[in-house]
Write a protein that binds this ligand. Sequence first.
Ligand SMILES: Cc1cc2nc3c(=O)[nH]c(=O)nc-3n(C[C@H](O)[C@H](O)[C@H](O)COP(=O)(O)O)c2cc1C
Length: 306
Amino acid sequence: MKDQLRRLEPDFWRAPSAHNTQPWTLTYTDGEAEIGWDPSRALPVSDPTGRDLRLSLGAFIECCLIVCAGAGLSVAFRPDPGPRRAGFLYAAAQPYATPFTTADIRARGTNRGEYHPGRLPDSLVAELTGMRRLACRDLADLLYAADLHQFGDRDVTRELRAWLRLTRRHRRYLLDGLTDRALALSRAEAAGLRASLALYPALRRLGLPRVLAGASRGLLDYDGDVLVLVGPVSDELELGRVLMRHWLTLSGHGYTTHPLSQMIDCEPTRQALADRLGVADPRSLLHVARVGRPKSPAAPSARMRT
Ligand SMILES: Cc1cc2nc3c(=O)[nH]c(=O)nc-3n(C[C@H](O)[C@H](O)[C@H](O)COP(=O)(O)O)c2cc1C
């Protein structure tokens, strides 16, 4: 199993993860593969509860199963939570039953550029179990408040900066993190962001957070959809698998996603979003993303396995 899975790792690694940290590890033992995570790739400041870590691990598990099935391998996943462990991939009697293919995994990607106006068909939203829909424009105020909160927090901003690759000269540009191209920034915008983040400690009190938050001000000012994944916090790993399947469903219909996790990372905006959705427990809001038809394709994101 080890050699067969090893060959498929570049496709497993196409799974999405917050800040593109690729926090998962795959360790081959006794005919099984243990899925764990590397704490140096977690985001302790911006993801203190590990919500995005578990969603990302769930997405990775789903990717592994789809890619194995595509290669004709009968592989299943057994949860076995432990210190830094999610569970095991093991040889099963049948291949994983899935409508998705390795080509679907390769075709999916986050797109942070402009989207065409238009809402998702009701029938498609109905297929996405656990997803709730809101109009973009109705959330523009919350996004601005969340961005202001994010960029006003020096530790969150420092952690984000560690995963930014805003120049092609960055030594990890082709490996991980968020590149200028993946963030849909022009060279001038990337250079501006790099310079302002370098001066962040000095400029923070002079209003830099407002300038940085202002950069995304118009992002939700169009006729589009935001989808919110709602579910029990105790099921985050499983819901990461669900999220991956939903993203693949959307991508198969020509839609891309642009996560906006800051809206649920910030306590007040998370509460406000829960109120607008009529959800009693704000902790059950697990993921937020705008979804639509992109005006142009996005640059593929970097990976450590290629
Ligand atoms: C749980 C989770 C949270 C994410 N949160 C954000 C976010 O707040 N903002 C953002 O721009 N992208 C976010 N992303 C998207 C990742 O940055 C993206 O998946 C990663 O860079 C890999 O790129 P790809 O999706 O194009 O393969 C998130 C992804 C996951 C899985």
